[in-house]
Design a protein around this ligand. Structure first.
Ligand code: C2E
Ligand code: CA
Ligand code: CA
Ligand code: CA
Length: 279
C-alpha cells in the first residue's frame, strides 16, 4: 500500500478494506449463476397521459444478494462494467425477458415495447450484438417491440463499430433511446452521431416543474428539440400531477414514474396490467 502518513490512515484503511471485500463478494456473484444468486428484474410501466393506456415498459435489474441483501443496480452494474461481466449479465437478462414476453405473447397477445438498459461499452462490443440478434431470432421477438436505452454510466464515444451496431438495430426496427437526456454524459452530440429515435427526459428536470423557471424553460426546449428532429419522447420520474399536466401542456405525454406505478415484480405486473380486461 502507498504510504499515506498521518492519522487519516486509521479511517481510510478499514473502509477501503470493507469496500474491497464487498466488491469481491459481488464480483463472485456476477461470475456465478445469476438467477440462483438472486438476480432478477422488475418492469416499470410507461403510460400515455392522453389515453391513460399502457404503451411500454422499462426493464430494471434487481439483485437480492444471499449475503448482502438488496443491491442497487447502480452498484452492481458499475461493478459488472469494471470486471468484464456486463456482457454475460445483460445476455442473461435478455434471455429471461425474451422468454417472458414470448410467454405473454401467447397468453395475452403482448404487443408492447420493452426497453432494456445498455451501457455504452456494450454498444461497441463486437460479440454482444451478434448474440443479441441471435437471441431475438431464437425467441422470435419482433425487433419493433424492443428498445435500447443508452445509459449514462460512461461516455458513449464514437467508434465505427458502435455506429455500425446501432445502424443495424435501427434498420431492424429496434428503437434507440438516450437515457437521462440532458445530464451527465448524455449529450446533444449523441443526436448527430448516432441513429437515435427517442429521448428520455431525466427526472431532475421533471422534479423542478413548478419550482424553477429556468429548468422549465430548458425542459420546453428539450421537448421542442426532440419534436423537431422527429424523436419520440418520454418523461421519467413523474411523481406529481402538476408535473404531468405541465408536460402534457407542452406536448410530452408519455410518462414513467411513481405517479403511475413503481417498478413492479413480473408477477405483480402481470396481475395488474395483463390479466385485466382492458389489455
Ligand atoms: P434509469 O435507467 O434512469 O432508471 C430510472 C430509475 O428511476 C430507476 O432506479 C427507477 O426505479 C427510478 N424511478 C422510477 N420512477 C421514479 C419516480 O417517479 N421518482 C424517482 N425518484 N425515481 C423513479 P433503479 O431501478 O434504482 O435503477 C437505477 C439505474 O440503474 C437505472 O437508472 C439504470 O441506469 C441502471 N440500471 C438498472 N437496471 C439496469 C440494467 O439492466 N442494465 C443497465 N446497464 N443499467 C441498469
Ligand atoms: Ca433507463
Ligand atoms: Ca433514466
Ligand atoms: Ca439514471
Amino acid at each position: 500500500a502507498k504510504n499515506v502518513g498521518g492519522s487519516s490512515c486509521v479511517f481510510f484503511r478499514p473502509k477501503m478494506k470493507a469496500l474491497r471485500n464487498r466488491n469481491s463478494v459481488i464480483e463472485e456473484g456476477l461470475g456465478g449463476d445469476l438467477k440462483a444468486n438472486g438476480f432478477h428484474y422488475t418492469m416499470q410501466p410507461q403510460i400515455d397521459g392522453n389515453s391513460g393506456n399502457l404503451t411500454g415498459v422499462e426493464v430494471l435489474s434487481r439483485w437480492t444478494h444471499p449475503k448482502l441483501g438488496e443491491l442497487s443496480p447502480l452498484e452492481f452494474i458499475q461493478l459488472a462494467e469494471e470486471t468484464g461481466n456486463i456482457v454475460p449479465l445483460t445476455s442473461h437478462l435478455l434471455t429471461e425477458v425474451f422468454a417472458q414476453i414470448k410467454e405473454w405473447e401467447k397468453q395475452f397477445g403482448w404487443n408492447l415495447r420493452t426497453a432494456i438498459n445498455m451501457t455504452p461499452s456494450l454498444l461497441g462490443n463486437p460479440d454482444f450484438f451478434d448474440s443479441f440478434f441471435k437471441l431475438m431470432d431464437r425467441y422470435k421477438i419482433k425487433p419493433s417491440l424492443i428498445e435500447i436505452e443508452i445509459t449514462e454510466q460512461a461516455e458513449l464515444t464514437y467508434s465505427p463499430k458502435t455506429l455500425e451496431n446501432l445502424l443495424l438495430c435501427k434498420s431492424k426496427g429496434i428503437s434507440i433511446a438516450i437515457d437521462d437526456f440532458g445530464t451527465g454524459f448524455s449529450m446533444i452530440s449523441y443526436l448527430t452521431h448516432f441513429p437515435i429515435t427517442k429521448i428520455k427526459i431525466d427526472k431532475s428536470f421533471v422534479q423542478k416543474i413548478g419550482q424553477d423557471r429556468k429548468s422549465e424553460a430548458v425542459l420546453k426546449s428539450l421537448i421542442h428539440l426532440a419534436t423537431s428532429i422527429e424523436c419520440e419522447l418520454v418523461a421519467e420520474g413523474v411523481e406529481r400531477r402538476e408535473e404531468a399536466e405541465f408536460l402534457q401542456a407542452n406536448n410530452c405525454s408519455i410518462f414513467q414514474g411513481y405517479l403511475y406505478d413503481k417498478p413492479l415484480k413480473v408477477s405483480e405486473f402481470e396481475a395488474k396490467y395483463l390479466q385485466s380486461p382492458l389489455f
